[in-house]
Design a protein around this ligand. Structure first.
Ligand code: ATP
Ligand code: MG
Length: 325
């Protein structure tokens, strides 16, 4: 049985990039009876960028509701908040002492974030170590992620190998990234990687009028309506093509190439396809956001399950490091 693990930070509201790059593929994989899925809300990771507790609670609820809205079966699988299982932080410290400094210093996502964010803190720097702990704590085999996380996964694997080598025992299971090559990094409305922390995202759960406003804000060039446009450089087209069927995409491509079809038309088509494709998740999301007690009960049950497994790994690690069990 393969153990699949995915986490989403509670650093903002979940967005289309998270859905296409992580949530939907993870829920699909979790439906296979051969798989056991571990999905968690990385609220500790979110502290690297978000300091406000009230906001964090809202985002945690929102991300949890999203997993449920997309049909994640929490009876068959494991679903929890990272901060509620303290073994994550404990393992993270142990692993940090097995992590070469240059490995972290060379991480592209750290370089990227440290250029863009005002608050470049040590947590941001050691982020990949906590991520390695998240994975290794549960002996996860398969980690489906977007391309942006590939390097972090390679680090988790390296850290685990180093740990096993220096400890002289194969205690930690080496994870495998599973990257859907055709699932590229989804661009945000400004053309950069869609990201909670860049505030350039499309939140598909917004009320219709607000959703429309966001879609309208997608950056486009100033080619006049009647002239042909290049679909391959346009963000609206790119996002549309990820949601639409091949035929629908081809029709829009031809519209772009023919001219007489404006970016406004494309944005309207994108808006409509979001509403159509995500009608049921939108309904369920609102249900869970309104039924907080139910959400809390589901999470607490998941946390008990997660803790049992995490404690087994921690016991082995503590034993081999001479900290007792
Ligand atoms: P932050 O800005 O706080 O890092 P994020 O929007 O990048 O947030 P994460 O919580 O870091 O989201 O990532 C959760 C999952 O979503 C990861 O598996 C990641 O690969 C995937 N993901 C995030 N952004 C995108 C994107 N733009 N395209 C495809 N996948 C994405
Ligand atoms: Mg990210």
């Amino acid at each position: 049985m393969a153990r699949i693990l995915t986490g989403i930070q509670s650093s903002g509201l979940p967005h289309l990039g998270n859905l296409l790059g992580a949530i939907q593929p993870a829920v699909e994989l979790s439906k296979n009876p051969q798989n056991e899925s571990f999905l968690f809300i990385a609220d500790l990771h979110s502290l690297t960028t978000l300091k406000n507790g009230t906001e964090r609670e809202l985002y945690v609820r929102s991300i949890a509701s999203t997993w449920l809205a997309f049909g994640f079966d929490t009876d068959k699988n494991v679903f929890w908040r990272q901060s509620r299982v303290q073994e994550h932080t404990e393992l993270s410290w142990y692993l940090s002492c097995f992590t070469p400094f240059p490995m972290l210093a060379n991480a592209t996502s750290f370089k990227d974030k440290s250029e863009k964010l005002a608050d470049v803190n040590a947590g941001l720097f050691t982020y990949p170590v906590l991520m390695a702990a998240d994975i290794l704590l549960y002996n996860a085999n398969i980690i489906p992620v977007g391309k942006d996380q590939k390097q972090h996964l390679e680090m988790a694997k390296d850290i685990a190998s180093r740990f096993n080598l220096l400890a002289g025992e194969d205690i930690l299971v080496l994870p495998e990234p599973q990257i859907d090559e055709k699932m590229m990094t989804i661009p945000g409305i400004d053309g950069q990687k869609m990201s909670k922390s860049y505030n350039n995202y499309i939140n598909i759960f917004l009320p219709e009028n607000e959703l429309k406003k966001v879609v309208k804000k997608i950056v486009s060039d100033s080619t006049p309506l009647e002239e042909p446009k290049d679909p391959d450089t346009d963000i609206t087209f790119k996002i549309y093509s990820l949601l639409a069927s091949e035929t629908e995409t081809e029709t829009m491509r031809q519209n772009y190439l023919n001219g007489g079809y404006g970016y406004g038309h494309a944005k309207q088509a994108l808006f409509e396809i979001i509403l159509e494709k995500y009608a049921e998740p939108r309904r369920l999301y609102n249900y869970y956001m309104e039924n907080n007690d139910e959400l809390e009960r589901i999470l607490k049950t998941g946390e008990e399950k997660a803790r049992i497994i995490a404690r087994e790994t921690i016991a082995k690690v503590r034993r081999v490091l001479g900290f007792g069990e």
